[in-house]
Design a protein around this ligand. Structure first.
Ligand code: URA
Length: 224
C-alpha cells in the first residue's frame, strides 16, 4: 500500500491530479479472497450454531465434505443417525448407495462436495420443518456461493425445493431430471433434481432415472 501511495504522489507531482489513493485495498482488487478459508470460517460458525431446536438434540453438526473447488455439488435433505454420530454427510445406508453409484463412474467422493439442506439431524429422522430449513439456509447459500460449482444435483424433494425456491408440496416426480438454472453472483449454475438415495433403497425401479441424472451431472461437471 505504501508503494501505491508513493506512486500516486509521483503521478500527482507530474500533473496527473485526477489520480487518488484508494480508501481500501479492496478498491484495487488487491484483497486476497480465498473461498476455501472462507468456507472453513462458515463451517466453524455452523459448528456452534443454535439458531433452531435441532441444536439441542444433535451429536454433531454435519456441515459437508469433499473438494471445495469441485464443479459438482450434491445436496441432500438432513443428516440421519450415522451422519449425526460421525459428523459426515451421507455415510449411512443411503450414503453408501450414493458412493457406489459415484464409484461406478470411477469418481471418488473426494472429487465432489456433499452437503445437506439442514446441517443437524431431525430427531427420529423426521422431515426438517420449514423454520429449521429457513434457519439453516444461510449456511447452504454461503456454501453454494463459495464452492460455485457448475452443477448441483439435488437429492430429493427437500433439496430441490430449497435450492429452486419451489412451493412446499412440489413432488420430486414432477421435477426430476429437468435441468434448471440459478444465477449466483452472476454465474449460472445448472441444478438437476433427482431421487434421494434413501428412496432408491425402497424403490429400486428408480435407479435407471437416478443414474441418468447422475451421469448428466457428472458430464456437465467434466468429471466423466
Ligand atoms: N440423508 C440425507 O439427506 N443426508 C444425509 O447426509 C444422509 C441421509
Amino acid at each position: 500500500m505504501e508503494r501505491v501511495k508513493k506512486f500516486v504522489e509521483f503521478l500527482n507531482l507530474i500533473g496527473y491530479d485526477e489520480v487518488r489513493v484508494p480508501e481500501k485495498t479492496g478498491e484495487l482488487g488487491m484483497e486476497s479472497f480465498d473461498p476455501v478459508s472462507e468456507l472453513k470460517k462458515v463451517e466453524e460458525e455452523a459448528k456452534s450454531c443454535c439458531r433452531c431446536r435441532l441444536c439441542k438434540t444433535r451429536t454433531n453438526v454435519v456441515f459437508g465434505e469433499g473438494d471445495p473447488r469441485t464443479n459438482l455439488m450434491f445436496i441432500g435433505e438432513a443428516p440421519g443417525e450415522q451422519e449425526d454420530l460421525q459428523g459426515r454427510p451421507f455415510v449411512g445406508r443411503a450414503g453408501q448407495l450414493l458412493t457406489r453409484f459415484l464409484n461406478l463412474y470411477g469418481v471418488s467422493r473426494d472429487r465432489v462436495y456433499i452437503t445437506n439442506v439442514v446441517k443437524c439431524r431431525p430427531p427420529g429422522n423426521r422431515n426438517p420443518a420449514p423454520d429449521e430449513i429457513a434457519s439453516c439456509y444461510p449456511f447452504l447459500e454461503k456454501q453454494i456461493e463459495l464452492i460455485s460449482p457448475k452443477v448441483i444435483l439435488c437429492l430429493g424433494a427437500f433439496a430441490a425445493r430449497t435450492v429452486l425456491n419451489l412451493p412446499e408440496k412440489t413432488p420430486i416426480s414432477k421435477i426430476r431430471g429437468k435441468e434448471q438454472k440459478i444465477t449466483v453472483n452472476g454465474k449460472e449454475i445448472v441444478v438437476i433434481p433427482t431421487f434421494h438415495p434413501a428412496y432408491l433403497l425402497r424403490n429400486r425401479r428408480g435407479e435407471p432415472e437416478f443414474q441418468k441424472d447422475l451421469e448428466n451431472a457428472l458430464r456437465i461437471a467434466g468429471l466423466i
